[in-house]
Design a protein around this ligand. Structure first.
Ligand code: UDP
Length: 237
């Protein structure tokens, strides 16, 4: 197996990954499978920061669509990311790797409030760092939080796992003519609205020169496969 080309990475995990084949909540089998992949990657010498979504619990837009206030819905979503972050942090520790969970929504009895300074020091000390609470603001997504934290923590790359093995010109699960990109520019994903992450996330990455690797979460080689180049991915940069 080749060595990863990166030293410090940020991994974006969608909430849905933790739900596995359920539509809501956390399925322990999938939680621990993800945690083992992360622990293995950390043991290979990588510094790893993680941002988790909450699609398995609440999304603000979905809550608002049922009549609630959007800001309240988004706060519910951010609290969902804290639940997922605590669960994943615990599972990574069970896999034998030390973890620090920080939150951008201050709740001092639950986790330390995120600062780039503390989180960077924790990464350098060998902790896996889990960043909960998204950006701490409504009307953003955890994709944007992932780009933001990756830049703040000076990560070499942002890894975004999806249901397919890279960026396509259309959804390959529904459009047989969809073409896969090996590499694609930030400008093109934004201009063509390629829907892998939201525009704010791509714009932040573009303005700060942060490369993004999009890969299939279901790939048997997982995270290490992407990092060593065995598993195919699309590089956005
Ligand atoms: N959220 C927010 N601000 C942020 C990040 C997230 O308000 O900076 C809320 C928003 O309602 C979002 C929800 O938290 O829908 C869960 O995040 P996301 O939809 O990105 O989760 P994922 O799709 O990755 O599971």
């Amino acid at each position: 197996m080749g060595s990863p080309a990166y030293k410090r990475i940020l991994l974006k995990v969608s909430g849905e990954v933790l739900a596995g084949d359920q539509s809501f909540g956390i399925e322990p089998k999938f939680l621990h499978a993800m945690a083992r992949q992360i622990a293995d990657a950390q043991r290979s010498g990588l510094q790893i920061a993680i941002v988790i979504g909450a699609g398995n619990i609440f999304r603000g837009m979905a809550v608002a669509a049922k009549g609630a206030d959007r800001v309240t819905g988004d706060v519910m979503g951010m609290l969902g990311t804290v639940i997922n972050s605590l669960a994943l942090g615990d599972a990574i520790e069970q896999a034998g790797v030390p973890v620090k969970v920080y939150t951008s929504v201050p709740m001092p009895t639950v986790a330390d409030t995120f600062t780039a300074r503390d989180a960077t020091a924790a990464l350098a000390d060998g902790y896996v760092v889990v960043c909960a609470g998204g950006t701490g603001n409504p009307f953003f997504t955890t994709d944007t939080a992932a780009a933001l934290k990756a830049i703040e923590l000076r990560c070499d790359v942002l890894l975004k796992g999806t249901k397919v093995d890279g960026v396509y010109s259309a959804d390959p699960r529904t459009d047989p003519a969809a073409e896969r990109y090996e590499t694609v520019s930030y400008e093109e994903v934004i201009a063509r609205n390629l829907q892998v992450m939201d525009t704010a996330a791509f714009a932040l990455a573009r303005d700060n020169g942060l490369p993004i690797l999009v890969y299939a979460l279901g790939d048997a080689d997982g995270l290490m496969g992407v990092l060593t180049g065995r598993t195919r991915s699309t590089r956005v940069g």
